[in-house]
Design a protein around this ligand. Structure first.
Ligand code: UDP
Ligand code: MG
Length: 306
């Protein structure tokens, strides 16, 4: 039997809301009336998420369960799920119902009508995020778009993709994956679908500040090397600075009016020291990425599958 639509949902410690979520998604699939499947990826949950997923899979032939051996992060979990899909079209969404199941049918409609290869769910609002989170997210988005030339500010992981997009994504070999960035990188015709981000119904968002920072750093270093160019640019800038200041110093010395100049020396030391440190840090980030990549470890390890 040909599967028309596959839905991939990464799940991490969502036992509280999973039942409701899966029921709504299955209801939405029924409404579509095409052969479909639901791939639930347990990203190393420490609560009863996996036993819930086992129960869904046992009672419904359309549900596949995949359990990763530990928490690898949402991006890896999405790719684990994608690798198990067989549908002609694949939809990715969150488990916490922030990507509303009601939107699946209209989104699929607009996808089929528009005939694009990818429909990106675009947030028409940002849900109930705290002011601080919103500020961080917008700072990151500005940085990312100025570095990569790609605007992610309303982007989400709620997407429908055609088979060939998914297959292209799966040919990418890097370990550190950033789903939103890569779906844009693979190209193909993109359309958008606006949806309202619902508030999380159950449980807590599970990103810690350090995880978010890491996701941000990964996203940038895996998507663009422009920060490295920035380092070279700063180097050149300071070289020009050095030439001008050097000439001036020499002139002062030769004309016998060299002053104490302590302030200048201290300021220069501080500024240059800071720039060198930041530059080393940036280079270090990329070296870390290279280190991660050359190890060629798999993105995730699957411990159970039903
Ligand atoms: N998630 C995951 N692994 C993680 C963190 C989150 O698979 O390490 C899943 C989570 O279960 C949910 C989705 O990713 O389905 C979005 O997570 P969350 O709601 O915590 O993040 P946000 O809505 O803030 O993007
Ligand atoms: Mg959420």
């Amino acid at each position: 039997m040909k599967v028309f639509l596959s839905i991939v949902i990464p799940v991490f410690n969502e036992e509280a809301g999973l039942l409701e979520g899966v029921h709504e998604v299955l209801a939405a699939l029924e409404g579509i009336g095409q052969p479909s499947e639901l791939v639930l990826v347990d990203d190393g949950s420490t609560d009863h998420t996996w036993s819930r997923i086992e129960r869904f899979a046992a009672s419904n032939g359309a549900v596949k369960g995949l359990r990763l051996s530990r928490n690898y992060g949402k991006e890896s979990a999405i790719f684990a799920g994608l690798s198990r899909t067989i549908g002609q079209h694949v939809l990715v969404m969150d488990a916490d119902l922030q990507h509303p199941p009601d939107a699946i049918a209209p989104m699929l409609d607009s996808y089929l009508k528009q005939g694009y290869d990818i429909i990106d769910g675009v947030k028409s609002n940002r849900g109930s995020e705290s002011l601080w989170y919103r500020w961080c997210a917008s700072a990151f988005n500005r940085l990312f778009s100025s570095l990569s030339g790609m605007n992610l500010s309303h982007a989400s992981d709620f997407k429908i993709m055609s088979r060939r997009v998914v297959d292209s994504l799966l040919t990418l070999e890097e370990r550190g994956v950033f789903f939103r960035g890569l779906t844009s990188w693979v190209g193909f015709a993109h359309g958008t679908y606006e949806f309202e981000v619902a508030t999380r119904r159950q449980g807590q968002g599970s990103w810690s500040v350090s995880q978010l920072l890491q996701l941000g750093a990964n996203a940038i270093t895996s998507y663009t090397s422009s920060l490295l160019h920035l380092v070279s640019f700063l180097g050149v800038l300071f070289m020009l600075f050095a030439v001008v200041l050097g000439l001036q110093t020499l002139f002062n010395k030769l004309s016998g009016q060299a002053t104490d100049g302590f302030t200048t020396v201290i300021l220069l030391l501080l500024v240059i020291g800071a720039v060198i440190m930041v530059s080393l840090g940036i280079i270090g980030q990329y070296i870390a990425r290279i280190y991660e990549e050359v190890k060629r470890r798999p993105r995730y390890i699957i411990s159970d599958e039903i």
